[in-house]
Structure formats: structure tokens, C-alpha cells
Design a protein around this ligand. Structure first.
Ligand code: FAD
Ligand code: FES
Ligand code: FES
Length: 490
């Protein structure tokens, strides 16, 4: 059966078909209210606490493996998991009732008190268990960076994560499960002939179809990972117009490299997008790791981060500093735009009705370009930037030959520091040039004060980050930061 109006996915090896799904029903609402699988909890309903974490399995492009990743079910709309496999905490127990090593490790290390957060921790660790045969403590910390616990304290939970690999492999859900032909076949068997079509929901499969649907429905809302839009529903209780989900658009999911650089499709997940960027610029690994949490990065997309138009989105400063260009499409017309010209004012973008982001292109890596990006927020993980800075500077014979500097959190839009760049270009890359350029930053930006930071703090931060970049590049022996590992948890 390929009913185009029925959401279909695999749960515990069974095909589940759900008819009459409201487009904004979340996966969590389905689990708790419809399927009565109440192991998955609701804490915050905004992607922050991890109590709702579940696993989502998707057939890998080569068809030989199911890629399981942790996501926040509270902000993911059910129709967007059509064709995938859902794994919940109830799925982990074997038919004989044995606990999975992740669960047994949690029990053995006394890692649960009231238990409300526990299923979410288990599912985050479960995703890590499948991905990493012997995870390091850092990988455990990163995997758990989107899970909050109010009563146990994190030490026993982290300990459970560090020891879970020592347990004998389970019969149910060992690491090879992801390569099981039965599981791959189950997903192949629910591939659709026709795209899913619900009242108020389109899932086009290619760009032409998407362009046509949007031209016919210019008021429709483009939905990618829903890590912004999900909150419009769960927190702001907004009624959404017709949704056009772009996660099925094949061209949007591709990452490719050519002579003109790295091209990342608009619906590539933040995790995959940042992994590709960090291949060229390993020093950006820390920024990638500090973007939300693994479940947020598994659902959220780079296209969504660009298109939401936030002045504090973390991808924009570095993409602008690297000279990224957008490909935009409206109907049959395609145009290209430097990313910094996309933002016209607070939450205003150069996007016409029915126009959408296709991809972002980052120019090829130049060995001589010095690049860094710094995020300043109160917490290391899962926090919103007060200031985010990115620098891309080329030094030739001790002088600045080219400079692109961009900031988030300093103005109504992510923007370049034009006066600062002018001050640097052709000047010697030394202390006095940098001091002058720090002064120019005050001409470039008069930042706002808000609950995250005062205007003075933001400006001082931005100036100090430029100084830090200078120290790191001119005196690399001065250790100002630890080398961040590339994000290993997907
Ligand atoms: P969606 O929610 O699907 O869409 C966002 C916007 O983009 C919508 O207006 C949508 O219409 C539009 N859109 C999406 N795709 C396209 C397209 N192809 N063409 C045109 N318009 C499009 N952000 C950060 O920058 N840094 C963080 O550290 C961070 N942490 C977060 C932590 C949590 C807990 C949560 C819930 C969010 C966080 N975010 C963060 C915000 C969010 O995750 C990002 O902005 C993400 O990139 C949005 O992508 P998405 O695919 O989920 O977008
Ligand atoms: Fe808190 Fe989903 S309920 S992250
Ligand atoms: Fe109570 Fe974590 S065990 S919130």
C-alpha cells in the first residue's frame, strides 16, 4: 500500500501507518497520545532538555545501512519522519526482557533517581553506542550535551556512558543491527511511489516540484528540520499555513565538492554540513560542536539556519567570512547572492515570494588563509551566542593582503566589519595595527543590550576576539584554546 495521505514509518520492526495526521502533530505527541508509548517524556517542548530524545533511522545513500541518530521528538513533526524508522526507549528491551547495555550501565551506575530524564539520556547514549564501539569521555559528554537532569547529577550518567561498551553485546540492538538486511529491507519496502500529501502538507521530491508547489502556494511555509519552526507551534502556539517540507528534495540533501568549492544543499543536516566544512577548516570543529546539541544538529539544517534570518545564528559569521554564496530559486529562475547581501534588516531577507534557498557554496580552501571563529555564550554547550565572530585574513610578507571579518550578535543582521577590514588591509599584521582595528570595530557596530549581554560587553568582546585571533595567528605558541576534536557524534 502506498497511500499518499498516510504517514508510514517502521517501529519495532512493524510498519506503522497513521492516517489523518495534523501536519504539526509532533513525534512526541504521536508517541504519548496516540501510541501510548509514554516512556518518552516531555520536559521543555523546545529541544533543550532532551527528555523526549528518540532514535531515527534512515536508509543510508548506499542502501547497506540504516543510519540511526538521536533527535528531539518534541519539535519534530510526525509527517517529516515518513519512510524512516523510529526507535524509542521501549524498543531497546529484548523480547525476553533483558535490558540493553546502555540501560544496564545506567542501572549499575545508579544513574537515575526520579527517572524523568532517564529515557532521554538512554536514547542519546544508545545513538552513541551504535556509532562508537568504545566512546571516549569527551564523546560521551558531547552526546549528552542536549540532556538535562535535575536530580541525579551528571557524574553517574557520564560514568554509565563511559562503561556501556564494556558489557557483552546484546542480542537485541547490537552495533551490527544498523547493517541488518532486514532493517534495510523494511525501509526499502516503504519507499513511496507518490510523495506524501496531507491536507496542509506537501513533501516534494525534487527542486522543480518544490518550485511549482511554492509558485502555486506563495503563502506556504518552507519547513526543513523544524528546530526553529517546531517551537513556533509548541511554544508560541501559532497556527501554521500550508507546510512545504523540503527534507525529501533530493538535490537539497547533497554535499559535493568541485573546483569552485564546497556546495552544501539546503536540507543537509547541521551535523553533516559542519562535518564537511570542518574537513577543510578543522579549526572550526569547536564552533560546530557548540552548535545546539547532537539531536538539534541531526534535525536542523544549514539552509534553515541561513534562511531564518536570525542576527545570532551561528553559521552566518563564518560563512560570510569565508565568502559563501547562496543559490536561490523562484519558479524557473535561479540567482546567486553573496550571503552577506541576503540579510536586509532585522528578520528581513532578500527572498521573494515563492523563492527558496537551494544551496550554499563555500569557496575552495586556500592554504594561506588564516581562519577562526569564536562563539561567546554563557554555557559551552547548547546556548545562544551573545557574540559570534569569524575572521578570514590573508597575510603576505607580513602585511594583511585580504580581510573578511563578520559578526553575529553585534547588529540587527549578521554582518561584516567594513571599517575594521579597511583598517587592516595593507597594514602590517602587528600589535599596533590590531589595536587600531579594535578601535574601528566601535565604528562598525553599536550593539544592542539585551538579557544575554550589554552593548558595552558585546563591543569589548568583539574587540578582544580580534586581539585573540591576532595572538593565535601571530604567536601560535601561545595556547589560548585547546584543539577541539571534530564533532564525532551524529
Ligand atoms: P526550520 O525550523 O525548518 O526553518 C527555519 C526557517 O528557515 C523558517 O523560516 C523556514 O521557512 C526557513 N527555511 C528553511 N529552509 C529553507 C529553504 N531551503 N529556503 C527558504 N527558507 C527556508 N541556532 C544557532 O545558530 N546556534 C545554536 O547553537 C542553536 N542552538 C539551538 C538549540 C536548540 C535547543 C534549538 C531548538 C534551536 C537552536 N538553534 C541554534 C536554532 C536552529 O536549530 C537553527 O536555526 C537551525 O539551523 C534551523 O534549521 P531547521 O532546518 O531546523 O529550520
Ligand atoms: Fe525537552 Fe524535547 S521535551 S527537548
Ligand atoms: Fe530526575 Fe534526572 S533522574 S531529572
Amino acid at each position: 500500500m502506498d497511500a499518499s495521505d498516510t504517514v508510514r514509518f517502521v517501529l519495532d520492526g512493524q510498519l506503522v501507518s497513521v492516517a489523518g495526521v495534523p501536519p504539526t502533530m509532533t513525534v512526541l505527541e504521536y508517541l504519548r497520545d496516540v501510541a501510548h508509548r509514554t516512556g518518552t517524556k516531555e520536559g521543555c517542548a523546545e529541544g533543550d532538555c532532551g527528555a523526549c530524545t528518540v532514535g531515527l533511522g534512515e536508509l543510508a545513500q548506499d542502501g547497506t545501512r540504516v543510519r540511526y541518530r538521536a533527535i528531539n521528538s518534541c519539535i519534530r513533526f510526525l509527517p517529516s519522519i515518513d519512510g524512516q524508522e523510529l526507535v524509542t526507549v521501549e524498543s531497546l528491551r529484548s523480547a525476553a526482557g533483558d535490558l540493553h547495555p546502555v540501560q544496564q550501565a545506567m542501572v549499575d551506575h545508579h544513574a537515575s533517581q526520579c527517572g524523568f530524564c532517564t529515557p532521554g539520556f538512554v536514547m542519546s547514549l544508545f545513538a552513541l553506542y551504535l556509532q562508537q564501539p568504545s566512546p571516549t569521555r569527551e564523546q560521551v559528554l558531547e552526546a549528552l550535551s542536549g540532556n538535562l537532569c535535575r536530580c541525579t547529577g551528571y557524574r553517574p550518567i557520564i560514568e554509565a556512558g563511559c562503561r556501556m561498551a564494556e558489557y557483552p553485546p546484546p542480542k537485541h540492538w547490537d552495533r551490527d543491527t544498523q547493517y541488518s538486511s532486514d532493517r534495510c529491507d523494511a525501509l526499502r519496502s516503504i519507499r513511496r511511489e507518490q510523495a506524501l500529501r496531507l491536507p496542509g502538507w506537501y513533501s516534494p521530491r525534487n527542486i522543480d516540484e518544490l518550485a511549482t508547489i511554492l509558485e502555486a502556494n506563495p503563502e506556504a511555509l518552507v519547513l526543513a528540520g523544524g528546530t526553529d519552526i517546531g517551537l513556533w507551534v509548541t511554544k508560541q502556539l501559532r497556527e501554521l499555513p500550508t507546510i512545504v517540507y523540503v527534507g525529501e528534495v533530493v538535490q537539497f540533501r547533497q554535499v559535493r565538492r568541485d573546483v569552485d568549492g564546497l556546495v552544501i544543499g539546503a536540507a543537509v543536516s547541521l551535523n553533516d554540513a559542519w562535518a564537511a566544512i570542518a574537513q577543510d577548516w578543522p579549526q572550526l570543529g569547536e564552533l560546530a560542536q557548540r552548535f545546539g546539541s547532537p539531536p538539534v544538529r541531526n534535525s536542523g539544517t544549514l539552509g534553515g539556519n541561513i534562511a531564518n534570518g536570525s542576527p545570532i545564528g551561528d553559521s552566518m559569521p563564518v560563512l560570510i567570512a569565508l565568502g559563501a554564496q547562496l543559490e536561490l530559486r523562484q519558479g524557473a529562475s535561479t540567482r546567486h547572492l553573496p550571503l552577506e547581501r541576503f540579510y536586509l534588516g532585522y528578520q528581513r531577507k532578500d527572498l521573494k515570494p515563492a523563492e527558496f534557498v537551494v544551496s550554499v557554496r563555500i569557496p575552495p580552501r586556500q592554504a594561506e588563509l588564516l581562519v577562526a571563529s569564536y562563539k561567546v555564550s554563557k554555557r559551552f554547550d547548547q546556548d545562544i551566542s551573545a557574540v559570534c565572530a569569524a575572521f578570514a585574513i590573508q597575510i603576505q610578507s607580513g602585511r594583511v593582503a585580504a580581510a573578511r571579518i563578520a559578526f553575529g550578535g553585534m547588529a540587527a543582521v549578521p554582518s561584516r566589519a567594513a571599517m575594521t577590514e579597511t583598517c587592516l588591509i595593507n597594514a602590517a599584521w602587528n600589535e599596533s595595527t590590531v589595536t587600531a582595528a579594535m578601535g574601528a570595530l566601535a565604528q562598525d557596530f553599536q550593539p544592542l543590550s539585551d538579557l544575554r549581554a550589554s552593548s558595552r560587553y558585546r563591543l569589548q568582546c568583539a574587540q578582544n576576539l580580534l586581539r585573540r585571533f591576532f595572538i593565535e595567528t601571530a604567536s601560535p605558541e601561545v595556547a589560548l584554546r585547546t584543539d577541539a576534536a571534530l564533532p564525532a557524534v551524529g
